[in-house]
Design a protein around this ligand. Sequence first.
Ligand code: PLP
Length: 403
Amino acid sequence: MSKTNRTKGAMTTAIHAGEGPDPATGASSPPLHMSSTFVSDRLAGFSAHDLEEEGGFIYSRWNNPTVAMLEKKIAAMQGAEACLCLASGMAAATAIFMTFLSSGDHVVISDVSYAGVAELARDTLPRMGVEVTTVDMSDLEAVSAALRPNTTLVHTETPVNPITRLTDLSAVSALARQVGALLSCDATFASPLGMDAIGLGVDLVMHSITKYIGGHGDAVGGAVAGKADLIARMRNEAAIHHGGVLSPFNAWLIARGAATLPLRMKAHQAGALSVAQWLETHPKVTRVMYPGLPSHPQVDLAKRQMTNFSGMISFQVGNAPTGRTVAQQMIDRLEVIHYAVSLGHHRSLVFWMETDLLMETSFRLQGDQLNSYREFAGDGIFRLSVGLEDAEDLIADLDGALG
Ligand SMILES: *Cc1c(COP(=O)(O)O)cnc(C)c1O
């Protein structure tokens, strides 16, 4: 419960943090406050700068009780002081960049990241006068070499979408600190249960809460968790001024999902391990990448850093034409798994990502960076988000489609 500071277990935290019986009605479940404005009992200012900590509710672009409930829940699950929820994961990424980067600043960003974030960093930030360097975050020497005196932010993602390559967060955090840069990490693939990002030295942990935290594929949202002063700056900039706030209805749906996150993550991990092990035995499958498998190239780091390997697998079937053929077979034959983008839902989802196409549109890698990507992804990968169905049914479905 929000009343006490005592640390509770992960399951109790997911269920109770941020909520409590409604003082007005005694309702045991958190109420949904669909109200844009709140009646004031005192004179208050009319600027973002007048927002007081715990100062009550004024207008839902500033804060809203249902959204605040979800923010407290996610902060507690992530072990962070505070959290800001926004309209989407992309709104959360934009909020980090637009709050902490100014013209003349330099940002170091993972050369592979969620495609939308990669495109935002490559196309939009330079227009704002921000210098952008992309690096392979699994290469600590490359990270170190990329840092400059005017580097104000390092942004990584681990495991990275879509290839599940990992970043050593404590090592990169130590490097960022040397130049006084903040470290932000997109932990969407891991979920708050997948690693203690704050404990590993991350300043801003970002999630697309559309994915594991919501978990049911019915609401889009984003979150950033971290120190209270950093989150307050982001609320001022990104929520009150840029305006991309989360609807209370989505917050309410996502909080309902978040309550079962620890249970779901255990089941996602168990299902993914069964499916990944089976995929490794399939004659058509040429490579499987899952941080929970001994064959993952960074298995030692995975064991040291991760507390849950989640449900995200990527696998290859050979060259691009074979990949395209298998993708079409999936579209035609899958009965349980949906051929669709997105991830972290109770339903399993799979999507084919061809390396050449992804390079053209999003990553534009060359030389060593392209080689490192290809080491994980070859000519292309299937990104499989293992849901909560019975593993035997998923395996039968994949077997039929791989055929
Ligand atoms: C989906 C995703 C995003 C973007 O989130 P939206 O909620 O779709 O805006 C960002 N990062 C990662 C790793 C994602 O998987």
